[in-house]
Design a protein around this ligand. Structure first.
Ligand code: PMP
Length: 411
């Protein structure tokens, strides 16, 4: 991931688009280093949501009146924009509440009817619980087993061991594109190629990739790709599942209701085709309007520029952290994303995060919904600082000064 920084973008002006970043917390300027948890939203996204409720609010796909048409255009516009952003077809993109829903949709609608005793699902040690628990539920109900691909000492997937797990009983390989704890960027294209050669379907959890990398989902060659809007500078409760059309057409509905049918009779119902079949009920229309704007915003900046900016921030961050005594960093994969999990000798993660909050710094502490990864490292929790394009070099310096201050308090 070596990308040249783009001098063309005025990052200070970009930052000024984010109203929350002007806040003070405990009398100190907010340093928001928790973007892997949820990303902050630019004015344009907030304005779109506000404008939707003020001027366009109506339900989608039902009303022929002007507001109904506008609401449908906003919702379908988001599908078109997101499809272009991911380089996939809009009629293969199911809009839903986020990655958790997207993975559960594949679990219940694709895997549950298909898997049998003797089948296996391969996961990796670095998965978020959202990409573990649905598969455990499927395994319990089908008699399938789960196998786990392990990591090397830098926090990368051990590819030889992963490929050795891909035996004929394996029906699905589900893995994250970017680790939310280690920042490791998995070589998903190569991994999907190996899985495909063996006839194994692949699901990629793109929660932490879509906000940071220039994505070409079609080129990855997976079967399913999940994203969540709130980490992409968009509203909460928005996201999408991309699935190959052959899968969508073969998958039975997951949630039944309005909007997902062609015709309902008490004798039986004919379901809608494609993504619609999986979009029962009234969606988060305002949220998707906002996500459309978020995708426009990211696209205008250029994902390659965002990636370069975040890599430059990470470089500075790593160098600055090198000056902090007693620091242990979890995950050192080359080309990793700007997510840094760490502990300081003798200090509890929650104590560090609580004291840092008093300095205006927002980081996450805990297991990061990745218990198996914590078990691997033999720790109950870590601190995690995660950066985004709207962060600054000055914030990094202020963060390290705050970290050194609280470290001394806890020593
Ligand atoms: N997978 C990964 C890697 C994540 O980081 C997250 C969010 N922390 C999720 C899945 C779940 O996303 P959501 O809660 O938005 O569905």
């Amino acid at each position: 991931m070596t990308v040249a920084p783009s001098p063309a973008i005025d990052w200070a002006a970009v930052r000024a688009d984010f109203p929350v970043l002007t806040r003070e917390v405990h009398g100190k300027p907010l340093i928001y280093f928790d973007s892997a948890n949820t990303g902050q939203k630019p004015d344009a996204v907030i304005a779109t949501v506000d404008d939707f409720y003020r001027r366009h609010n109506a339900n989608v796909s039902r009303a022929v009146h002007t507001l109904g048409t506008e609401a449908t255009e906003a919702y379908e516009g988001a599908r078109t924009k997101l499809a272009r952003f991911l380089n996939v077809r809009g009629d293969e993109l199911v809009l839903c509440s986020g990655t958790t829903f997207a993975i559960n949709l594949v679990a219940y609608s694709w895997a549950l009817p298909r898997l049998q005793p003797g089948d296996a699902i391969v996961l990796t040690r670095m998965e978020h619980h959202a990409n573990i628990v649905p598969w455990q539920l499927v395994a319990q109900r089908t008699g399938a087993v789960i196998k786990v691909a392990e990591l090397d000492e830098l926090g990368r997937l051990d590819l030889d061991r992963l490929y050795a797990l891909l035996t004929p009983d394996v029906k699905l390989l589900a893995l994250t594109h970017v680790s939310n704890v280690l920042g490791t960027v998995n070589p998903v294209r190569e991994i999907c190629r190996e899985a495909r050669k063996r006839g194994i379907a692949t699901l990629i959890d793109g929660s932490q990739a879509a906000p940071h990398l220039a994505l070409d989902v079609a080129a990855i060659g997976c079967d399913f790709y999940a994203v969540t809007g709130h980490k992409m500078s968009g509203p909460t409760g928005t996201g999408a599942l991309w699935a190959r059309r052959e899968h969508l057409d073969a998958m039975p509905p997951f949630i039944g209701g309005g909007e997902m049918i062609k015709e309902v009779r008490f004798e039986g119902t004919v379901f809608a085709d494609g993504p619609r079949r999986f979009e029962a009920g009234t969606p988060n229309i305002a949220g998707f309007a906002g996500l459309g704007t978020a995708v426009d915003y990211l696209s205008a900046l250029g994902m390659a520029n965002i990636e370069a900016r975040e890599q430059a921030l990470l470089e500075r961050f790593n160098a600055a952290l090198g000056e902090v005594p007693g620091l242990r960093i979890f995950g050192a994969a080359p080309g990793k994303a700007a997510v840094v999990s760490f502990l300081i000798e003798g200090a509890h993660a929650h104590d560090l995060a609580t004291l840092l909050d008093l300095e205006g710094v927002a980081i996450r502490s805990g297991h990061h919904c990745a218990h198996p990864l914590m078990q691997h490292f033999g720790v109950p929790a870590t601190c995690r600082a995660s950066l985004a394009y709207y962060n600054t070099f000055e914030e990094i310096d202020a963060f390290v000064a705050a970290l050194n201050k609280v470290r001394k308090l806890l020593a």
